[in-house]
Design a protein around this ligand. Structure first.
Ligand SMILES: [Zn+2]
Length: 237
């Protein structure tokens, strides 16, 4: 095999390992992010419940104040009854008293409804808070585990990166640039084997004449379809 191609093949093996390591780090991080997102959603739901409860409490207080007013009104009208002379005035007062009593009853019913609703929401919120607390503990532990895992993975990455730095020194800069451009554009594969006349990067056939030249292995060739650098190695898979 052409010596420069051999350098690139070796570099690519290393780069693919580093790619895999980066992928692992990303997956670990994403899984953790997903859990944190769920946690934040749960927290937002609890906050929403609390806001609903506050709103209902406010309504209940307003209703209670109104009830007090209506009851005072009933009392006041009832004492007025003693002083009225005509039955027309009496009828009017009675109606006023009845209306006020009705309002008191309606308010009281609504207050009962609100209390029940508050109880349901409070139970849900308390349950959610309890769950959230234990999940937060779990996620904290998980974060620590992921941090350690990433640290270990990074160690492997560091080792490979320093090997890579050394390898790169011996490669012609122009060739290295070409290799890196190809890797970026061609899904991480810049140098590929040719098997039975087929490029293992894009799986297209090479022209027979070019294939014969690739078989000789002395010069560098590129695939006419995907432009990857191609070589021939019998034992490669
Ligand atoms: Zn190709």
């Amino acid at each position: 095999m052409n010596a420069e191609i051999a350098q690139l093949v070796s570099l690519q093996d290393l780069d693919l390992e580093i790619d895999k390591i980066n992928q692992e780090i990303q997956e670990e991080q994403e899984a953790l992010n997903e859990r944190m997102k769920k946690l934040a959603e749960k927290e937002a739901h609890i906050n929403e419940l609390t806001a609903q409860i506050d709103e209902l409490e406010k309504e209940r207080r307003t209703l209670e104040d109104e009830t007090t007013d209506h009851m005072a009104h009933v009392k006041e009208r009832q004492s007025k009854m003693m002083q009225v002379q005509t039955s027309r005035e009496q009828t009017a007062l009675l109606k006023e008293i009845e209306d006020a009593k009705k309002k008191v009853k309606e308010s009281e019913e609504r207050i009962v409804e609100i209390m029940e609703k508050i109880e349901t929401l409070s139970t849900e919120a308390d349950e959610g808070k309890k769950q959230l607390k234990s999940e937060k503990t779990l996620v904290t532990e998980e974060t620590e585990k992921v941090r350690k895992a990433i640290e270990a993975i990074n160690k492997g990455k560091k080792e490979r990166t320093s090997v890579r730095e050394n390898q790169v020194k011996d490669i012609n800069p122009r060739l290295l640039k070409k290799y890196e451009t190809l890797r970026n554009r061609r899904n991480g594969l810049a140098v590929v084997n040719v098997k039975e006349g087929v490029c293992q990067g894009c799986f297209m056939n090479l022209p027979p004449q070019q294939y014969n030249m690739v078989l000789k292995g002395d010069k560098m060739h590129t695939c006419p379809t995907c432009q990857r650098i191609i070589y021939h190695l019998e034992t490669a898979n």
